[in-house]
Design a protein around this ligand. Structure first.
Ligand SMILES: [Zn+2]
Length: 364
């Protein structure tokens, strides 16, 4: 599973479903460094008091600060979020506004009164100081509570009035061996589906022809509400409809028969006899390779899994795999849209050509 800091801002704002909790690693420092000071007890002594102790917070911690507390977002090109603005209707950049920053700078520097410890013992002291200081930072982050809510607004750079609000939650769970931390989106306006509406225009004609516009919206709605298996069921229906439509075309062209589509012939071991076996979804995709977008054929195995019994996947697995599979399906729909557009244009051109031909023939 992906770590929190590996999620792009686009994924956090536009793809993360509501109540989908991502575990955070806040308590492990990324790095603890210090300078070895002058030897205590003369040159060559094994005792040296550490100075200039520096602690680097984990990548997850920095990501939380950058998203929720206007922390500086690491690289320059990551300063903005890119997505379709539902109001503009086109791809735009957004600025993230998350209120005031969190001041984590004022902490007691590392101090020790001991002048008799060994270097190893001093290292231990620095490590426990680091642990303690991180714990204080976490306390500040959570403002002493176990749940902390933050709202974040993103603004379209084309028009500042295009503002969209997101609500996030930080959660701390105390367990036997310390604490566990989670990040979740708990609300947004406009809804997940609203952000998607514009995107679907590109392949709406395909969804319409399949009669699957509402299935598509439902899959997203369920996913954003944290219902993974349910969302998968709708994705499966869309996929099955796409494959069936491809088969119908192949059948009209007399390339593949109903029987071939339904059954596969398996050669029996140790004999020349062939046995009929119901075709799996994966095998249907491969059979229709000339009629389906390459993306679907290349990933027949993965898409075969969606169609397999959903009982083989857990709710969490469905939530985790959903965005990638949905993107794949959108790509397939887009490819189909292009194929159809091309066919339509070719037909139009052909008609025009025929007209010209007829006109020329009547002339001679
Ligand atoms: Zn806009």
């Amino acid at each position: 599973m992906k770590s929190f800091h590996e999620y792009s801002l686009e994924e956090i704002f536009f793809e993360l479903g509501i109540y989908n909790e991502i575990e955070l690693d806040l308590a492990t420092p990324k790095e603890v460094s210090y300078t070895i000071g002058a030897d205590v007890g003369g040159p060559g002594s094994s005792r040296s008091v550490p100075t200039d102790v520096k602690i680097r917070k984990s990548d997850d911690f920095n990501r939380v600060l950058s998203v929720l507390f206007n922390g500086k977002i690491e690289s320059k090109d990551k300063d903005k979020v890119y997505h379709l603005c539902p109001t503009c209707g086109i791809q735009n950049s957004f600025v993230v506004e998350s209120g005031t920053g969190l001041d984590l700078s004022s902490y007691e520097p590392f101090k020790t009164n001991s002048s008799t410890a060994t270097r190893d013992e001093y290292r231990e002291m620095v490590n426990s100081y680091a642990k303690n200081r991180l714990e204080k930072m976490i306390e500040t982050l959570f403002a002493g509570k176990s749940l902390r809510y933050r709202s974040v607004t993103i603004k379209c750079t084309y028009n500042e009035e295009h503002r969209f609000d997101f609500y996030f939650l930080l959660k701390r769970e105390t367990c036997e061996d310390g604490s566990k931390f989670y990040f979740a989106k708990v609300g947004q306006y406009p809804s997940f589906a609203d952000f998607k509406v514009i995107e679907t225009i590109k392949y709406r004609s395909i969804l319409k022809s399949l009669n699957f516009e509402s299935e598509y919206k439902r899959a997203q709605g369920l996913y954003s509400a944290g219902i993974g298996i349910g969302a998968f069921v709708y994705l499966r229906r869309i996929l099955e409809a796409l494959v069936l439509q491809a088969f119908e075309k192949a059948q009209t062209e007399n390339v593949i028969s109903q029987d071939e589509y339904e059954y596969d012939e398996i050669k029996e071991a140790h004999s020349d006899e062939k046995r009929k076996k119901r075709r799996t979804f994966e095998s249907k995709i491969r059979l229709l390779k000339d009629y389906l977008p390459k993306m679907l054929v290349d990933n027949a195995y993965t898409y075969g899994i969606i169609s397999k019994g959903l009982h083989e996947l857990t709710e969490d697995e469905c939530i985790t795999y959903f965005p990638a599979l949905l993107k794949g399906i959108e790509l397939i729909l887009e490819q189909m849209h292009h194929i159809r557009e091309k066919e339509r244009l070719e037909n139009e051109v052909q008609k025009e050509m025929n007209k010209i031909k007829t006109a020329m023939n009547t002339k001679t």
